[in-house]
Design a protein around this ligand. Structure first.
Ligand SMILES: *Cc1c(COP(=O)(O)O)cnc(C)c1O
Length: 469
């Protein structure tokens, strides 16, 4: 074996050992990090050394020094933001993706990863009941998946308005009117900003954060009647899974309203789209497939490692026109199937669809439904047990994976949140929702079990008791 090969072996074996240690510590370790980035800077920073060190030593150093600054996000007791855990098959596949080191943009050059990602894309369409002609792209996260769907929307709306967006750009173009629910995720605004579409019209939502279709109808009527002759291009963004309540916009009604006004409908389903894989949750996603584009994450509800988002667009021509590029040095596969780089913003990228394929292959259709069903069940258990504690208010209808709590006034809620985080048994996020400070619990890890639910309830109970003195 050459010295070079040995360096791979030593470094990889070191990494595998550290990785296992980290993962095996999740059940018992404190959840929060114990050092700040500023405190850790000295270990990682300083002047770049003149001389290097062997790869395995780099890995050992990295693992040892990073340890106090790691958040136990893969733990079943981590309930912060909406993060998701990591399935074993997905993590292992992700390692292979790094070892294979394929630049996954070109179908003819990297046929294995292209075939795997295409298979994963088809499975996702089938699993989520989305139109089978849709095109699927693997991006870094829902932010970029949403951006991708919105870019396809912009291309199609401009083309239909007779405007050559690629040639003439946005200056002087017809204005696309964009509509979002009051409680959309802020990254939708970011996507619209990247695309030069400006600030959207905000449509009122109900108490759970669902867009109100009658309000959307009024907003569309008002904006579109202002156009002098000709149809006004419109883009409506809906949401599957509200960060605070878990609520789903009423798709059937809202999409009917949008379509009556000729709008393109995009759905941000970062963690909520996966409800469509569960037959008993079908009421939440009824009408979802009538939209034009969807953005979701694989790193949240599906539990692949960071990072992976999925852009799904029914109008493949619009997507590939918006995202593709055609030059002589990029040779296309002979079967004309199109290249992976045409459906996402990146040209060169890792094969981030491979861990998705591995997750789906290891779970199967029943397993995906079971995983989502279990998250929903855990959220319901948490809500029920917490609501039974004196002084705890559950603020949302717990129909999905999110539970938002308050403890009387804002100061108490903030104090309880701080206490829970410093206690370290669990992690939950403080947030603000509908003019109140809240403690938000997201259940998004496949491994969260009954014992984790018990610990979480204990941690909240103890924090509340301590705050009350
Ligand atoms: C997480 C999230 C996003 C952003 O996704 P990233 O993966 O962080 O890019 C967008 N919308 C919703 C509803 C989310 O929960």
């Amino acid at each position: 074996m050459s010295a070079g090969e040995e360096r791979y072996r030593d470094a990889l074996e070191a990494a595998a050992g550290h990785a296992r240690q980290w993962l095996e510590s999740q059940g018992t370790r404190r959840i929060g990090p114990q050092a700040t980035a500023a405190e850790l800077a000295a270990d990682f920073g300083g002047p770049l050394p003149e001389q290097g060190i062997p790869a395995a030593e780099v890995v050992d150093y990295l693992a040892a020094k990073a340890e106090p600054g790691l958040m136990a996000m893969p733990s079943g007791r981590f309930f912060g933001w909406v993060i998701g855990g990591t399935l074993p098959a997905a993590l292992a596949a992700d390692w292979l993706v790094s070892a294979w080191d394929q630049n996954a943009g070109l179908r003819f050059a990297t046929p294995a990863t292209a075939a795997i990602e295409e298979a994963a894309g088809k499975w996702i369409l089938e699993l989520l009941g989305l139109p089978e002609e849709s095109d699927v792209g693997f991006a870094t996260g829902a932010t970029m998946a949403n951006f991708t769907g919105l870019a396809a929307a912009r291309w199609r709306l401009m083309a239909d308005a007779g405007w050559d967006l690629d040639g003439d750009g946005l200056a002087g173009a017809p204005r696309i009117r964009c509509f979002v629910g009051q409680e959309r995720h802020d990254t939708i605004d970011l996507g619209l900003r990247y695309l030069g579409l400006g600030r959207p019209t905000v449509v009122p939502s109900d108490r759970q954060g669902r867009i109100i279709p009658a309000e959307l109808d009024c907003a569309l009527d008002l904006a579109l009647s202002a156009g002098e002759g000709g149809p006004v291009p419109a883009l409506v963004c809906l949401q599957a899974g509200n960060l605070h309540s878990g609520a789903f916009d009423p798709f059937a009604e809202a999409i009917a309203v949008a379509k009556a006004h000729g709008a393109w409908v995009h759905v941000d389903g970062a963690f909520g789209l996966w409800a469509a894989a569960v037959p008993e949750l079908s009421a939440l996603t009824a009408g979802l497939r009538l939209a034009d584009s969807w953005g979701t994450d694989a790193h949240k509800t599906l539990n692949v490692p960071y990072d992976c988002g999925i852009a799904i667009v029914r109008d493949a021509r619009a997507l590939r026109s918006a995202m593709g590029l055609h030059t002589s040095y990029l040779i296309q596969a002979a079967d004309g199937a199109g290249d992976p780089f045409e459906s996402v913003p990146e040209l060169s990228r890792r094969a981030r669809g491979v861990p998705v394929w591995a997750a789906l292959k290891s779970l199967g259709r029943d397993g995906v439904a079971g995983q989502v069903r279990t998250l929903v069940l855990r959220a319901a258990q948490l809500a029920e047990q917490l609501a039974a504690l004196e002084g705890v208010e559950v603020l949302n209808d717990v129909d999905y994976t999110q539970v938002s709590l308050a403890f009387g006034d804002d100061a108490v809620t903030r104090a309880v949140t701080e206490r829970i985080i410093s206690d370290g048994r669990v992690w939950m996020s403080g947030s603000r929702w509908q003019d109140r400070d809240i403690l938000r619990i997201s259940v998004s890890n496949w491994s969260t079990d009954d014992a984790d639910v018990r610990v979480a309830v204990d941690a909240v109970r103890d924090a509340l008791a301590a705050v009350r003195g």
